[in-house]
Design a protein around this ligand. Sequence first.
Ligand SMILES: [Zn+2]
Length: 225
Amino acid sequence: MADFKTHLLGATLVSGLASTALISLDEASVTEALGYWVVGSVAGLLPDIDSDNSIALEWLFSGLGVVAACLIIVGGSSQLGILSLWLLAALGFVLVRYLGLWVFAGFTVHRGILHSWLANAFFALLGLWLSYIWLNTGAKVAWGVAAFIWLGASIHLLLDECYSVDLMGARLKSSWGSAAKLTDFTQPGASLLLLLATLLMAHEAPSANSWGRLWRLDWSQVSWF
Ligand SMILES: [Zn+2]
């Protein structure tokens, strides 16, 4: 399997190319493209968040811990003294960062259900909704975010699959086929739940019409050089 650095590099490269192409095609502002680039690069790490000791996972839970501490400070600043506020915020961070991570790691199997094409679609639509509702970006950017999450995470699966093939191409290592799968069929219940959540998010999603020009684009008319 490909390592952390390879995943980050692969996703950064491909989403960098795709986001700059969007600027040239007048489909994204420089700021939007920069956002897509970051989103796509980080998404290249998503499928491995179920690996119990992955760096991406530690980053994720550290980030969530900081968010929890901030929420405690914002929520409690009017009622609590400085020392109790600090103590509670620290407690919130430790609980999320360590206990949260421990529970998450206990529930997930590496290269299980989150390392699949279905999970990629789930992550993408989750990003769409977060961007649409939470960041209030509008439908076009929300769909852009979804596309770049899907792109980054898909590069990840493809890279893992490539690395499981012997470099001479002669024989397949035993990990072949475990990297890029539709879903984890050994977990039918969880797969069904993930599928339902994905379908629901897709069904309720705002229209992607604003990307219509890109679909109808005549690629032979694009100035490539
Ligand atoms: Zn992986």
